[in-house]
Design a protein around this ligand. Structure first.
Ligand SMILES: *Cc1c(COP(=O)(O)O)cnc(C)c1O
Length: 400
């Protein structure tokens, strides 16, 4: 493997960690009883709320995204509760299963692997729930497996149209800081995310944002155990209560540096625009590769309608086993690690080999994306994968 030059891990999490974040973490252990860490928390929570576009609450967990799911679940559910899961890929399914494991009866609307949530179906399903047994609608903003981006505001409108009281809980683990998300304006009651994608910090922090409605609903949740209970975390009177024990000291310093970059320097709106530009460059390249000779190789974007593609990650299909060969080539020869296909076909099905993902989330810029695309073109050429021409100039045009 050729390891000269910077390696680019272009998988959808963990994402590239900025040197500033790494350097902020490179320090002796701080005091957890008094001092800087304590003083840092109000600003940190304020910036986290800004990233989510909410004025309500945020709870921080020493956890990854799966932990954030479980944090939301335990505060929202009691055994025997009913919920509705809107599934558009492996991660939507994952959250549904995580709640089912707690004894929640899950109704699923599965929209397949290439389509977004259809809000009309949500309204219909809730309209049929005459006893209003469904207490929460779970959905994924951007599903990292399919790279679909769902219209969260339209789902809220569908819930309201059905006149249903269910809370809306959204997984923004992949999309936060990358795709526009407006928690309060879009009527989201609970949102979960984690540190290692758009938040540019190593894996290890899970976040749950919640509004007053969600907080009140959680009062009766019988799964609300001492560690996962969000109440002490959002209204901590003692510092240790914020984390249910020892604070994740170094991660907090890393996150502080990441939020300085994202919220205080670049600005969230500018970050969303940057991600959109980079995503469009990736899409134009794959569209060009998929034309002409590329049709034989089955090259194409998984989500047809650009309005429903995430700006954080792109899932690409390529006749099996081309995608795997290409990933291996760019990793061994070009310093670029691309993401595997995930949950696009049943395990063991050779079709599962026909997908890969390229992340463009977090600490990425024009030269990184153009470099990754150039490496992909070199790989296709080296491997004799037929592809259309002009992809790199199309990508450059999108970024010019
Ligand atoms: C990455 C991801 C998860 C899982 O996060 P982990 O940190 O791996 O547990 C869940 N949902 C989405 C949308 C993701 O992108």
């Amino acid at each position: 493997m050729n390891l000269t030059g910077r390696q680019y891990l272009a998988i959808p999490g963990p994402s590239v960690v900025p040197d500033r974040v790494l350097n902020a973490m490179h320090r002796a252990s701080p005091d957890i009883y008094t001092g800087e860490l304590h003083e840092m928390m109000p600003g940190l929570c304020e910036d986290l709320k800004q990233v989510a576009r909410t004025t309500h609450h945020v709870a921080i967990y020493v956890a990854n995204g799966h932990g954030a799911w479980e944090a939301a679940n335990t505060n929202l559910f009691s055994p025997g509760d009913h919920a509705l899961a809107l599934v558009t890929g492996r991660f939507g399914e994952g959250w549904a299963q995580s709640a089912e494991a707690l004894g929640v009866t899950m109704q699923r609307l599965d929209f397949g692997r290439r389509s977004p949530v259809d809000p009309d179906e949500v309204a219909r399903a809730l309209g049929e729930d005459r006893g209003e047994r469904i207490s929460v609608v779970l959905m994924t903003h951007a599903d990292t497996a399919t790279s679909v981006r769902n219209d969260v505001a339209a789902v809220r409108a569908a819930i309201d149209r059905a006149g249903h009281p269910a809370l809306l809980a959204v997984d923004c683990i992949a999309s936060l800081g990358c795709d526009r998300f407006e928690m309060d304006a879009w009527g989201v009651d609970v949102m979960v995310s984690a540190s290692q994608k758009g938040m540019m910090t190593p894996p290890g922090l899970g976040f749950v944002w919640l509004n007053e409605k969600a907080r009140q609903a959680s009062a009766g949740a019988r799964w609300r155990t001492p560690y996962w209970d969000w109440t002490p975390r959002i209204e901590a009177k003692q510092f240790y209560q914020r984390f249910g024990g020892t604070a994740p000291t170094h991660h907090l310093y890393g996150l502080r540096a990441a939020l300085d970059m994202l919220v205080r320097e670049e600005g969230i709106e500018a970050a969303w625009s940057r991600h959109e530009r980079l995503a469009r460059a990736v899409w134009s390249a794959f569209e060009a590769w998929g034309d002409g000779d590329g049709e034989a190789a089955g090259i194409g974007l998984n989500i047809a309608d650009p309005a429903f593609r995430s700006h954080a990650v792109t899932t690409v299909k390529m006749a099996s086993p081309r995608a795997t060969q290409l990933r291996e080539w760019t990793k061994a020869n070009a310093g670029v690690t691309l993401g595997i296909g995930l949950g696009m076909a049943p395990e063991g099905d050779p079709a599962a080999d026909g997908f890969m993902r390229i992340a463009h989330m977090g600490h990425v810029n024009t030269h990184m994306v153009l470099g990754a695309l150039g490496a992909i073109e070199a790989g296709m050429t080296a491997l004799g994968i037929p592809h259309g021409v002009g992809a790199l100039s199309r990508a450059a045009e999108a970024l010019a």
